[in-house]
Write a protein that binds this ligand. Structure first.
Ligand code: COA
Length: 174
């Protein structure tokens, strides 16, 4: 399968909304996501429209799409962005049957390159649920360094949980 990673277009954002809204309670639990905190589909679409109207340095989130042979197979996003300094990333292969075949590790590496370039950051964090083996193994494979395990509410969609903090650092491009 030919893998490609690029910034997501507005018309592709239903991939994100549909992924979360069609996830089973068990999957959301593994992600550390509280289903009651998912924005309704329409409100979420309108949030995307307003975010995409802003330049990258003013956006609260940046999204990239993962394509396999030209078709969407996953996505990544960044939030907690401090432009020119740091951000937090997330990672998802949307179809369960396509997981554990090397897509995540490959696409995370390509996503990381995009975030460092677009956001001009020098630190990129990722904080998956500590009990969710997939992302923890994938981040290590993609070159992230383990920092610590701690209890937190990682984001607006999440419940209080144990997470592992992973980090990649790079010197900003001049
Ligand atoms: C996390 C995710 C994006 C990883 O993508 P992937 O394509 O499955 O990962 P890869 O096939 O590249 O695997 C990378 C490594 O992780 C391991 N791994 C991945 N999923 C695993 C699992 N469920 N159990 C054990 N090991 C797993 C692979 O064996 C591989 O290990 P290696 O480095 O020893 O070879 C994908 O599993 C996913 O979408 N999971 C559900 C969403 C999720 O949990 N997102 C994280 C939210 S923060």
């Amino acid at each position: 399968m030919e893998l490609q990673v690029r910034e997501m277009r507005l018309e592709e954002t239903p991939l994100v909304i549909d992924y979360f809204h069609s996830s089973t309670p068990e999957h959301l639990e593994m992600l550390g996501v509280d289903p009651s905190r998912l924005p309704p589909k329409d409100a979420w679409a309108s949030l995307f429209r307003s975010q995409f109207s802003l330049p990258p340095e003013e956006r609260r989130g940046v999204f990239v799409i993962w394509l396999g042979d030209g078709r969407p197979i996953g996505f990544s996003s960044c939030d907690k962005i401090v432009f020119g300094k740091q951000a937090n990333m997330h990672l998802h292969v949307t179809e369960p049957a396509q997981r554990q075949q090397g897509i995540g590790a490959h696409c995370v590496r390509l996503s990381v390159d995009i975030y460092f370039r677009v956001l001009r950051i020098h630190q990129l964090f990722c904080e998956p649920n500590a009990f969710n083996i997939g992302p923890n193994r994938t981040l290590q494979r993609a070159g992230f360094k383990y920092i610590k395990t701690h209890m937190t509410v990682p984001g607006p969609l999440n419940f209080h949980q144990a997470v592992n903090r992973w980090l990649i650092e790079r010197t900003p491009e001049s």
